[in-house]
Ligand binder design. Sequence first.
Ligand code: TXA
Ligand code: MG
Length: 345
Amino acid sequence: MRTRILRVDPRRPQIQKIREAARLVKNGSVVAFPTETVYGLGADALNASAVRKIFVAKGRPSDNPLIVHISDEGDLAKLAVDIPNVMKKISRRFWPGPLTVVLKKSKMVPKITTGGLDTVAIRMPESLIATLLIREAHTPIAAPSANYFGRPSPTTAEHVLEDMDGRIGLILDGGSTKIGIESTVIDLTAKTPILLRPGGVSVEQLQKELGKIKIHPVLRGKKAKIVYRSPGMKYKHYSPDAQVILVEGSESKVSQKMIRLTRELKKQQKRVGIVCITKARYNADAIKIVGPSYQKFAASLFGVFREFDSKKIDVILVQAVPKRGIGLGIMNRLEKAAYKKIRAR
Ligand code: TXA
Ligand code: MG
């Protein structure tokens, strides 16, 4: 299969290009498209054979459910049942945007879309291209991140092409995504909402709106004996080929530690890459400054992993950030990618 790239203006998407992609979706094909978080690999969420193509293209295990993207709040009632009252508050405050809710699914949603679960994950993206694509396809669009299984999520059309060339027919190229890490996922099927994945919407924002929310034990580092509510949690994710070492501690201690580590690793003939928030005199093979804001860190993170892999970096030293705001989502991705975590003293 030849993979075509169609450049679309993210601010004023050309409707004929959107319609071309929508036609493919309607006909049961898979199309990659940008959202405000990361690129998605989309197909008609209500068409089982179309959804199966996503799992094949992505190399994803079939028990890992997909997020269903909608453009209109009215679609919620078609896809989900037993919708709790709190959903009104959530959609008013956070939609369209980087928040995914897990609800009990309706009969309309095929089991393959939800990985066999009786719940469905739903999100209304903010990106204009995504919104128009869903609207023009006249169907909700199931879409995981558009990376090959286990690879860092794509934040540009070039990243999608790296993983999906020859595997899908079309990529809508809307430039770099704004947020850079995936949406926050919360489960609304229990009495108290449960955070399943930290992301674009922070826990603090959710608490402010909803009061109490539970943090899933896996996110607090618990491994044993828990029932996985979100199958995605059990898979290793977001890994570059390089070994990632996460360095925690105060700004100055971290940079001293990274300078020493670089020296040691260079002695072992390793190619070293550094991801840090502020400048220091590193003697590394590649350096990426991702600050000063954590928003910028999130937006650059997955792209840096891919860039360092293409530079044949062996070890990536990454400065840890506080687990607050978007920092919780950043650290969740980093801890999943990390081969080890050390504290600088
Ligand atoms: O920002 C995003 O959410 C992006 C863009 C494309 O919208 N999508 C994305 O999808 O990150 P994906 O498939 O890479 O991650 C979806 C996560 C997985 O961890 C999956 O296990 C979880 O959501 N999930 C999906 N359906 C679920 C369900 N019914 N119950 C619990 N977790 C679910
Ligand atoms: Mg993903």
